[in-house]
Design a protein around this ligand. Sequence first.
Ligand code: THU
Length: 173
Amino acid sequence: MYFNRSFLSKPILLVKKITDTIELEELTFSELDPREAALLQRAQEISTKAYAPYSKFQVGAAVLLANGEIYQSSNQENVSFPVGTCAERLLLGYVGANFPEQAPQTLAIVARREGEIDWAGVSPCGMCRQAINETENRYQSPITILMLQPKGVVLRFQGIRHLLPLKFDDLHS
Ligand code: THU
């Protein structure tokens, strides 16, 4: 946005408009590729192991690596709230540390409130989006992100740029 004040002090507002497009697919569980459905199921299973005594929001994440292996994590909270860690960041940290040569290809995320039967809607927090972005940059490969929503709906994004437009990923530009 540029402000241009003429000598008559009449302000003129020039707006530079940039348009970007984000894309997502809304699918049902049964419309998914069977490997994606299996990944969501792994995320659902691990969510039962969440340590979430404060929020009672039990998150599960599962990741498919380039070698076909699947790993999973839940969220792990702390009485000092900021010390707790989201399922996605724990998982990406773990696979990055242990299998650095295997690019994460697909990440599935689910959540449920303690004691409830139905799955809640989930969407990764800003910190996790930044962590997913770092993983994409590290392996130079976009990650397919699956987010389970209520009533068996799954949102699918082909890369973090659809969840994090105008992201910070270059220290030098
Ligand atoms: N949480 C995750 O683990 N992943 C998400 O995508 C959303 C939020 C956790 C953090 C905290 O333990 C709880 O859910 C409530 O915010």
